[in-house]
Design a protein around this ligand. Structure first.
Ligand SMILES: [Zn+2]
Length: 228
């Protein structure tokens, strides 16, 4: 929760949001011919695609995995995992979001609403809840659901390398990374890291990517999360 508070209340308003507000207001009336709701959905979908690509890179690029793995080190997946984000990871993906917001002209109110929708959905898809199966099957056609995201947080391959979607699930369907599996007793965490091997202390988790060499990514031979 400390990581989430630091990201949402300090890094986001001071570092991430100002350039996006600037980018969004650059041509304020460019898309006035579109109804506000349509424009908002377009921006939401475009930013969600950038989240999908950023998440995929977070697993495939060793340096980025250093920071994203802090999110995956949680051995107990629940709504609080949605807050467990290393702020530095988000800074790396700012240029992509800047380009989208600049191109589509999002206003401050749009950005605030999209941030709120994203936070609510992060809480939802990390939640330790079980939805009625038929309802979740229907919902998962469009949205990332708790069951599908549980697969992504499994400690082992090939589960971790699937279901990268943040809000929408159709990106995984389009890029072949969707894995449907209702796990009865999933094991969460990162590969060989055993239960209790990682501190849950805020400062230690924040410093983890800087003080430990995390080899490899979730793919390939060096898929272990190892200290040096
Ligand atoms: Zn991930």
């Amino acid at each position: 929760m400390g990581l989430g508070v630091f990201h949402r209340l300090i890094v986001s308003p001071l570092i991430l949001l100002p350039p996006l507000v600037y980018a969004g207001g650059f041509h304020p009336h460019r898309y006035d011919f579109l109804p506000w709701g349509v424009r908002l959905i377009l921006i939401l979908v475009a930013l969600d695609f950038s989240n999908f690509v950023g998440h995929w890179l977070g697993h495939k690029v060793s340096f980025l995995w250093r920071f994203h793995s802090v999110h995956h080190l949680d051995n107990h997946l629940d709504a609080t995992t949605g807050f467990r984000v290393h702020a530095v990871e988000k800074i790396f993906f700012l240029p992509g979001k800047f380009a989208i917001v600049f191109a589509l002209g999002a206003g401050t109110a749009d950005l605030a609403m999209i941030e709120t929708i994203g936070l609510c959905h992060a809480i939802f898809h990390h939640a330790n809840i079980r939805l009625p199966e038929r309802f979740e099957d229907w919902l998962s056609v469009f949205l990332t659901t708790p069951s599908s995201h549980r697969v992504h947080h499994h400690a082992e391959l090939p589960y971790t390398d699937s279901n990268y979607g943040f809000i929408f699930s159709f990106w995984d369907r389009a890029f072949g990374t969707l894995r449907v599996n209702r796990m009865s007793r999933p094991i969460f965490g990162v590969n060989q890291r055993s239960q209790g091997a990682i501190s849950e202390n805020f400062s230690e988790l924040f410093c983890e990517p800087f003080i430990h060499s995390i080899s490899g990514t979730t793919t390939g031979e060096n898929n272990a999360y190892s200290e040096s």
